[in-house]
Design a protein around this ligand. Structure first.
Ligand code: SF4
Ligand code: MG
Length: 344
């Protein structure tokens, strides 16, 4: 491994009655501690499945290939390989090193236990600590994530918290064991715009303070444009664009990324009208379109004389750190972006 997290050609396939679903179909990325990767895509793109693989949360298929996920490739986390490790070992490493923040705090916070007790218990699972030490630590974490009067609020139940406060509490629970890798799946989707911005600021501050690697999974390119160091855009289980966040956000070269820019809820109207919204729906993962999976929705496919329909484009470097998967010649897609799409 050449990085703290080094994912190589990861594939996660599920055998279903209707056929093989290649939820993740050969993705690679690297991430260091203190850095943030944004994984962006629509639902079904494979972004959540990728994160669950890093958590070792998939039930594995039996020898018949049924009943769970078949994984291949390599996931190196701090020198340990997870794809081929035995499940107990993966659970042990995950518990020590990886934590996850989900979209819906109510699905991870138990409704019948006090918030402070839940954070304290999460701490005690991986640390030798007395109940009162763990409780003290829970209150410190609630304070750290910006819950006012943390000692009193620790005795509240989740439903007594606002949506934003529940998200803060869940971040406190994820960070209480000081994970080296934090994965946040749509961490702000359910929140209003002001609270979203506060939560993202908080996550950035905490990531710096804890020097953890952070993966933020989202359908909204705007959420990771400023937060992330690198961005990987996924479509139908594959990376279609991967590079420094600034480059992917300001000089994207893949037509699907252009479409994502056009779907950003926060862009102002005038800018949005010049951008392309993405027509149609994400593909069924049972029947992924031939060639470039995006071709039925891509307004530029006709320019490539049938190639987009028949040939899967490779993810190729356009410079040392920027990779794009598209048959359009580089000069042509730069010209299209600059003349027709770039927000002025
Ligand atoms: Fe569009 Fe073809 Fe590029 Fe795919 S390969 S994004 S269909 S132009
Ligand atoms: Mg998801």
């Amino acid at each position: 491994p050449t990085a703290f997290l080094d994912v190589r050609d990861l594939k996660v396939h599920f055998a279903t009655e209707d056929g093989l679903v290649k939820s993740v179909d050969g993705i690679s990325f690297k991430l260091e501690r203190g850095q943030t990767l944004g994984i962006v895509g629509e639902s079904g793109s494979g972004k959540s499945v990728t994160s669950l693989s890093l958590m070792g949360l998939h039930r594995r298929a039996g020898k018949s290939g049924r009943g769970g996920a078949t994984m291949s490739g390599e996931i190196w986390l701090d020198g340990d390989e997870l794809v081929h490790a035995d499940p107990a070992e993966v659970r042990r490493l995950r518990g020590q090193k990886v934590a996850m923040v989900f979209q819906d705090p109510l699905s991870s916070l138990h409704p019948y236990y006090k918030v402070g007790d839940q954070i304290a218990e999460a701490y005690r699972v991986h640390n030798k600590a007395s109940k009162s030490e763990a409780h003290k630590r829970a209150i410190e974490m609630l304070d750290r994530v910006g819950i006012p009067q943390p000692a009193q609020r620790a005795a509240d139940f989740p439903h007594q918290f606002s949506g934003g406060m529940r998200q803060r509490a869940m971040i406190a629970m994820a960070l209480v064991c000081n994970p080296q890798l934090l994965i946040a799946d749509e961490p702000t989707t359910a929140l209003d715009v002001t609270v979203q911005a506060q939560i993202l600021d908080l996550m950035r501050d905490l990531q710096q303070e804890f020097n953890s690697a952070l993966i933020v999974i989202t359908h909204d390119l705007g959420v990771v444009a400023e937060l992330a160091d690198d961005i990987m855009v996924m479509y139908a289980g594959k990376a279609v664009e991967y590079g420094p966040a600034k480059t992917v956000f300001t000089d994207p070269e893949d037509p699907y990324t252009w479409g994502l820019l056009g779907s950003m809820p926060r862009l102002d109207r005038a800018v949005k009208e010049r951008l392309l919204p993405i027509p149609g729906n994400p593909p069924s993962m049972i029947n992924v379109p031939s060639g470039c999976a995006f071709h039925p929705r891509c307004p530029f496919a006709p320019r490539n004389h049938g190639r987009c329909e028949t040939e899967v484009p490779e993810l190729l470097p356009v410079d040392s750190r920027h990779l794009v998967r598209c048959h359009l010649p580089i000069a042509e897609r730069r010209q299209i972006f600059n003349e027709e799409i770039r927000p002025h």
